[in-house]
Design a protein around this ligand. Sequence first.
Ligand SMILES: CC(C)(COP(=O)(O)OP(=O)(O)OC[C@H]1O[C@@H](n2cnc3c(N)ncnc32)[C@H](O)[C@@H]1OP(=O)(O)O)[C@@H](O)C(=O)NCCC(=O)NCCS
Length: 160
Amino acid sequence: MTEVFALAYPGGTVELAPLDREDLQSLVQLTRKLMEPLLRSGFGFQWDLRLERALMNDLTRQPVVLVIRRLGGIIGYVSLAPGRPRAKLHALMIEPSHQQQGIGSAVLELVEDRARALRAREIVAAVQPNNRQGLEFLRHRGFADAGADGANVLLRKTLV
Ligand SMILES: CC(C)(COP(=O)(O)OP(=O)(O)OC[C@H]1O[C@@H](n2cnc3c(N)ncnc32)[C@H](O)[C@@H]1OP(=O)(O)O)[C@@H](O)C(=O)NCCC(=O)NCCS
């Protein structure tokens, strides 16, 4: 997954490209926008610089991080550890103004196809228990609850 490529979704196309260091700050800010309210209400967590640095380090260490662009602007990202037999979806984040258009579904399908091609038998994701949107999104796409991953809900999907 090192090339830049176009991915079709029902409303058009988005461009996916490997993470560039220059993108890190935008990805952190997008993560903050989407996650801070959930972390605060669910875990009483305060977003701070330490957390931002940890997230940046984490992103640079993930085996696969693809930045999603539309008309040149960053509108999301996906990060994945494509293990065998189990791949792990670390994050799928879509900018709120671009949600509900089928982009998340198209990206998830792509990630599942790639994991399958790398001979993963299943894909898992850990989602905050109060992240109803994230939980429902994955459950509607074949993921089932598979216990806990720390304080999060573990979801699993068999890849056939
Ligand atoms: C979860 C998330 C990635 C979904 O991204 P998205 O781009 O909105 O996903 P989609 O548009 O493909 O699907 C979302 C909903 O919009 C609906 N939708 C898709 N295309 C649509 C369209 N053209 N018009 C109206 N609704 C549409 C889908 O049916 C879906 O609803 P469903 O889950 O009930 O089936 C996004 O909400 C997000 O970034 N959330 C915060 C982070 C997170 O929780 N990530 C997931 C766990 S890692």
